[in-house]
Design a protein around this ligand. Structure first.
Ligand SMILES: Nc1nc2c(c(=O)[nH]1)N[C@H]1C(S)=C(S)[C@@H](COP(=O)(O)O)O[C@H]1N2
Ligand SMILES: [Mo]
Length: 433
């Protein structure tokens, strides 16, 4: 290791990997060889890693390149994030506790992270290129500057919610990240409309679906495999609130949230919002990329019994996300005196929210909250209510949103094999003194 390619005093492993992942990999693991992306910790790299974890690493030879020991990951992997709950560090998955989602617009530090693979090695915006091809008259290859110069730049508050948000509440339990309520955020995204880019490319009459590709790396390190590649019907791709974004909350996109370029498809499963975006492939059929088929982001086309085995051909692609709300104040298990403001957000994919109701008596009676209009299409709606409790004691606060089609959140939701789309009412406990 030379002076430049080793972490400086006090520099976290992640900072080093984020600053220069190739140098970091080389420093720790020696030459990184594709396709197996395996290296060996040795010499100075091994000594540094051992110093960082505070002990020798007897099985260091088994550690794959780019591997971050969990001892360091739990503190360091969420750099630039504040208070997120880490489920996994390879790939990184972390949700935001409800009370940290209290801001009307989600700060970058509190936007959840859902990765299927590993971060790209190089996220340099100056070198980034987006290809648009397939069923178009003119193939495009655009730099981020081209996007800024050739199209109208817009900023919109947009909801990204993982299709599996709420999975932890299914019974019987389903495998996958056990998201509770915090795999959702509504940040300000700046970019250009996908619609404008597709219009410039000129859609052929054969265009029916998009296919999204990103630069992230499959967990195996195999460059022939992709972590995820999903798409949307052309009609959805042409909506005014679907953006190709290069800024998040007026700053750079966080590396974990898809820097330097990502799609944001509000109101649809988060998986449609490809991060580290490199290609929009316009398809003449429903896109068949990684995680479009089988049971991924698909729901049974009929009611199923909890725990039932469902044949693959009985699944359909999950499109808009259902009506939902979250209570962000007070925090669950708070102590309150007599009365309190209760507040949060509500959203429903491709729709707006008409009403938000609060109950403190297990759903017997409801009180209507004050509800803001969305700041733009694709944004969540903020709400608040002043709630008085009749006597001291234990209460639950329930929130129930009703959308513009008159559909309200249920108390219990039908089970499905992969645990998608759980929009049961959010409940929090308060103790009134
Ligand atoms: N390239 C790429 N894009 C991706 C993913 C991914 O793993 N790789 N995860 C998707 C999923 S499943 C979700 S829910 C959202 C999460 O966005 P966030 O991590 O910015 O919150 O990104 C989507 N875009
Ligand atoms: Mo997701």
């Amino acid at each position: 290791m030379t002076k430049d390619d080793k972490p400086q005093e006090g520099m976290g492993l992640h900072e080093f990997f984020a600053k220069d992942p190739i140098a970091a990999d080389k420093a720790f693991f020696g030459r990184v060889s594709y396709p197996d992306r395996r290296g060996f910790l040795r010499g100075a790299g091994l000594a540094t890693m051992a110093a960082m974890v505070g002990a020798n690493i007897p099985f260091h030879r088994n550690m794959p390149a780019g591997f971050i020991p969990v001892a360091l990951a739990s503190e360091d992997v969420l750099q630039g994030k504040d208070g997120l709950k880490l489920f996994n560090d390879r790939p990184v998955n972390a949700e935001t506790p409800a009370h940290l989602l209290d801001d009307p617009i989600t700060p970058t530090s509190r936007h959840f992270i859902r990765n299927n693979g590993l971060l790209p090695d190089d996220m340099d915006p100056a070198k980034w290129r987006l290809k648009v091809d397939g069923e178009v008259e003119n193939e495009l290859e655009l730099s981020i500057d081209d996007l800024k110069n050739q199209f109208e730049v817009v900023t919109m508050a947009l909801v990204i919610e993982c299709g599996g948000n709420g999975r932890a509440y299914f019974d019987p339990p389903v495998s996958g990240n056990q998201w509770t309520v915090g795999a959702v955020g509504c940040s300000n995204w700046t970019g250009v409309r996908l619609k404008d880019v597709l219009t410039k490319a000129g859609l052929k009459s054969t265009a029916v679906y998009t296919g999204h590709e990103g630069a992230d790396i499959h967990l195996s390190g195999d460059p022939d495999k992709v972590p995820i590649s999903r798409g949307v019907p052309i009609e959805k791709a042409m909506a005014d609130d679907v953006l190709i974004a290069f800024q998040m909350n007026d700053g750079p996109i966080h590396p974990m949230n898809g820097a330097p370029l990502r799609l944001v498809v509000p109101g649809w499963p988060g998986s449609c919002s490809q991060k580290w975006l490199t290609r929009i492939w316009v398809r003449d059929k429903v896109h068949d990329g990684e995680k479009m088929g089988g049971t991924s982001y698909r729901l049974p086309n009929r009611p199923v019994a909890p725990g039932e085995k469902v044949a693959t051909e009985d699944f359909v692609i999950m499109e808009r996300m259902p009506v939902k709300s979250i209570i962000t104040f007070p925090e669950n298990n708070a102590e309150v005196k007599g009365e309190t403001e209760v507040r949060g957000h509500a959203w429903s994919g491709d729709r707006t929210i008409d009403a938000l109701d609060i109950s403190i008596d297990f759903g017997a009676t409801w009180q209507r909250a004050e509800l803001d209009q969305p700041v733009n299409s694709g944004a969540w709606q903020n709400w608040r209510a002043n709630v008085k409790f009749p006597t001291p004691g234990y209460y639950e606060i329930w929130a129930r949103a009703t959308d513009s089609e008159g559909v309200a959140q249920p108390f219990a939701v039908a089970w499905n094999p992969r645990g998608y789309g759980n929009n049961v009412m959010h409940r929090i406990a308060v103790r009134v003194s």
